[in-house]
Design a protein around this ligand. Structure first.
Ligand code: ASP
Length: 440
């Protein structure tokens, strides 16, 4: 019998998780789900995070030391950053156009605003996001560069939040390996080549449990969701964000077809396990190992490209997040009856671009940086908790959707950069049990 493709298994797991979650809500099984089901999903996410740093390190060092010529790296680096900025500006523009045309904030009644404010403005999570944003606002303009450079390699490697520091260290090491010459660098190169293959095998093994894990993750999202009445009041706003995100996926398909001449449906099918995980975990960082595995083995992007483009993309390229920030910022102004000038909308483009670069690739990070966008267009500080309260109830489902776009955007750019430097090959997928017969 033909084996069911991984993305179908994951989809079935997700659907069953949703159904199970709704049943648990009806029968009062929230505590049961949190105690007995949620840990399965959390363990899966932990396993993915566990291998993220070794994978970035091994794959980036391997990618760079395979280059043989440092100028190629500069070429890939500049192209990547340039395309990332362009796609993010396009995402923000789509968001702004939709929210200005559809005006979801105008229909929100005083009553709904009062109810949302009462329910969420004192919420500890809303307060924590505002506090976190104000910490980021207090830093100088070059702080991000300073933060990128580690002063202790082992410290950087021991903290998932310091992904850019790990990338910096790996690039530095990889370039130095090129400079000492092939013969001298050989033992180190062999070590990282082998580590890279091993970690990719770990991804295959972890993915065996993906269908069950997404069941647990989604069941937990459902049991911890908010009152459906509140979700309903925000349907128009959520609809605008989701519509914008769908347009972004269409945009990626168009550029994949135009620049790589590949079938966009094939692209979406091959990348789908990563997209489904992005949806289930709301974290591009946790999804990164799977994105790398899919892009390299199933799409055929050479490691020389993917090893740089994808980890950097997971941390700085968030098209879905920036689109959401643009829509959310304008929606909040509309709902509160405040005006935004054309100049304000341009400010939103710039700050949402910087905010999405600065957002961490973890659940809910986009909302922290939204605070900075709101402040930049002059939302008075006393209205900040109310502004966030307006959108808080639907933030989790929107986070799941925008993370899918973030991950798809990274994969698209890696394909385009690879094609432009002649590094898009025919894919050679590996299975978890390729060598199993020899060792069982
Ligand atoms: N959860 C998103 C990500 O990991 C970031 C955000 O928009 O909150 O890509």
């Amino acid at each position: 019998m033909k084996k069911l493709a991984l993305h179908w298994k994951i989809l079935i797991g997700m659907l069953l998780g949703l159904v199970f979650g709704f049943i648990m809500l009806q029968v009062g099984g929230r505590a049961f789900t949190e105690d007995w089901i949620k840990p399965i999903g959390s363990i899966f996410v932990k396993l993915l995070k566990l291998i993220a740093i070794p994978l970035i390190l091994a794959s980036l060092i391997k990618g760079i030391s395979d280059l043989k010529d440092i100028s190629k790296f500069k070429n890939i680096g500049l192209k990547t950053i340039g395309i990332y900025i362009v796609t993010t500006v396009i995402a923000i523009s789509i968001g702004l156009a939709l929210v200005n045309i559809i005006q979801p904030g105008d229909g929100v009644s005083e009553e709904t605003i009062a109810k949302l404010t009462e329910t969420y403005s004192e919420n500890s999570s809303v307060k924590a996001k505002i506090a976190e944003a104000s910490k980021q606002m207090d830093t100088g303009p070059l702080q991000f560069l300073e933060d990128m450079v580690p002063d202790n390699a082992f410290n950087a490697l021991s903290n998932n939040k310091l992904m850019l520091q790990v990338i910096f260290f790996a690039i530095f090491l990889g370039i130095s390996m090129l400079l000492i010459g092939e013969k001298q660098a050989k033992p180190m190169k062999k070590l990282f080549d082998s580590l890279n293959d091993i970690v990719l095998k770990m991804v295959d093994l972890i993915m065996l449990s993906a269908p069950v894990a997404v069941f647990a993750l989604l069941a937990n999202v459902v049991v911890s969701s908010d009152d459906p009445d509140i979700l309903f009041a925000l349907l128009k706003y959520a609809g605008v964000v989701v519509f914008g995100l769908v347009l972004m996926i269409v945009f990626y398909c168009i550029i994949v077809a135009t620049f790589t001449k590949k079938n966009p449906f094939w692209f979406l099918k091959e990348i789908s396990p990563a997209q489904l995980l992005a949806f289930s975990t709301s974290s591009s960082a946790a999804t990164l190992p799977v994105t790398m595995e899919r892009v390299e083995e199933h799409i055929g992007v050479d490691k020389e490209v993917s090893s740089f483009v994808l980890p950097v993309g997971a941390t700085i390229n968030m098209d879905g997040t920036s689109l959401y920030q643009a829509v959310a910022a304008v929606f909040i102004f509309q709902a509160l009856g405040l005006d935004l000038t054309f100049a304000d909308q341009i400010t939103i483009v710039l700050t949402a671009l910087l905010a999405s670069i600065g957002s961490a690739a973890v659940p809910g990070a986009g909302m922290v940086m939204l605070v900075i966008v709101l402040e930049s267009v002059g939302l008075p500080p006393e209205l900040l908790p109310i502004g966030l309260a307006l959108i808080f109830a639907v933030d989790r489902p929107l986070d799941m959707c925008r993370t899918v776009v973030n991950v798809t955007g990274d994969a698209t750019v890696s394909m385009i950069v690879a094609k432009s430097v002649g590094k898009l090959h025919d894919p050679k997928p590996k299975e978890w049990d390729d060598n199993y017969d020899a060792v069982k």
